[in-house]
Write a protein that binds this ligand. Structure first.
Ligand SMILES: [Zn+2]
Length: 385
């Protein structure tokens, strides 16, 4: 039964706390009801996002995931239960959402997102929420959403940390202004291989749901134009302002990306492989201090926004994605020879390990990676003003 004001009697009751909320009310609730969102991933981020968007009364929610529930998911993917093990995650999540709110229209897409189906899928929606756990999907969505002019709310979780940002095409930075290119095969492991504190995707998912509700109901969004970095250990939330890059290959003045392209799934080397390879090249912070005292060149291989948020004194900066192409930037900055000792570091020590492999392949013989990254650094850190 529809009432004259656009909500049925059942909806008026279900959403009564929104309707009473100053600054929200009927107008915002109707905006939510008419909205269509697509949720990528029914996992750690997707579960809390899906449950809260459903509960809040977003009118149409699509969910994309090809995976099935297994027991190791239950530590954080709270829409699935023991009885759902073996079931399609999309079906299990939608069943939980429907249990909370049957008034919403649900659309199940039990498929792997790829370059041929991404455009058609996202075009049906007003907002895409990326809760995927791998770089190939993130870049595929980033490109597709920009090219189809669809806003993208992106989230990523790593161990005790989460990062969230909302990219609205034509308004400020795009995902590629910040992350340029997918890391090469060995850099940055997807969630299947790394540990994650179970509550972190929960917190991050709720932050994403909050930003989505605000975006859809036309309230200001903290994640638009900012990268929100949540640290569960410190219980801190940092806002790093993002700016558009006029040389961005996707949204810059002379873009080179005009079509979506699927990147190979990023699979990290196994722990043993990584260990065997790393044993001779990783140094702890004390060994690193000693290398620096002996004149090693220090290179920060993180992204611009990370470098600007704080770096080790005297570090040269060259993001991992640009290392092969722009090694001459280092060569210009310091007198490099193939025997120069180069110590690279990143946030936690994964990307810098990859950097040592790349540098080695370029002929540099004495390359080391700072174990634990800047996160484990006990010396000074410079925060540019
Ligand atoms: Zn861009």
């Amino acid at each position: 039964m529809s009432s004259t004001i656009g909500l049925s009697a059942v909806e008026l009751e279900q959403y009564s706390r929104h309707l009473k909320l100053p600054g929200f009310g009927l107008e915002k609730q109707l905006r939510l009801k008419s909205a269509k969102v697509l949720l990528i991933g029914a996992g750690g981020l997707g579960c809390p996002i899906g449950l809260y968007l459903a509960a809040s009364g977003v009118g149409t929610i699509g969910v994309v995931d090809f995976d099935r529930v297994d027991r190791s998911n239950l530590q954080r993917q709270i829409a699935h239960g023991v009885d759902d093990i073996g079931q399609c995650k999309v079906d299990s999540l939608i069943a939980s959402m429907r249990g909370i709110n049957p008034l919403v229209t649900y659309q199940a897409h039990a498929q792997r997102l790829n370059e041929s189906n991404v455009g058609e899928l996202i075009r049906q929606y007003d907002l895409v929420l990326d809760g995927s756990d791998n770089f190939s999907t993130r870049f595929l969505l980033a490109d597709a959403c920009f090219l189809h002019r669809i806003p993208l709310l992106q989230g990523a979780v790593y161990e005790y940390e989460a990062q969230i940002s909302l990219f609205v095409p034509g308004k400020g930075a795009c995902y590629r202004c910040v992350f340029q290119e997918p890391p090469s095969q060995n850099a940055l492991a997807p969630c299947a291989e790394i540990g994650v504190l179970g509550v972190v995707p929960g917190t991050a998912g709720l932050m994403m749901a909050t930003e989505a509700i605000k975006y859809l109901s036309n309230l200001p969004c903290a994640a638009q134009g900012n990268l929100l970095i949540y640290d569960a250990l410190a219980q801190s939330l940092r806002h790093v302002e993002l700016s558009a890059d006029q040389n961005c290959p996707l949204c810059g003045k002379n873009p080179t990306i005009h079509d979506v392209q699927e990147y190979q799934t990023v699979c990290p080397p196994s722990a043993n492989e990584k260990h065997a390879d790393a044993s001779t090249r990783e140094v702890n912070p004390i060994q690193a201090q000693s290398l620096l005292a002996q004149g090693a060149i220090l290179v920060d291989v993180r992204e611009d926004f990370e470098f600007l948020a704080g770096h080790i004194p005297n570090a040269l900066h060259l993001p991992l994605g640009l290392l092969t192409r722009e090694i001459d930037r280092l060569e210009r900055a310091v007198a490099l020879s193939l025997n120069t000792t180069i110590l690279s570091y990143c946030q936690k020590g994964q990307r810098s390990l990859e950097a040592t492999r790349i540098l080695k392949s370029l002929g540099y013989q004495n390359c080391f990676s700072l174990q634990g990254g800047i996160a484990g650094w006990t010396g000074n850190i410079v925060i540019p003003t």
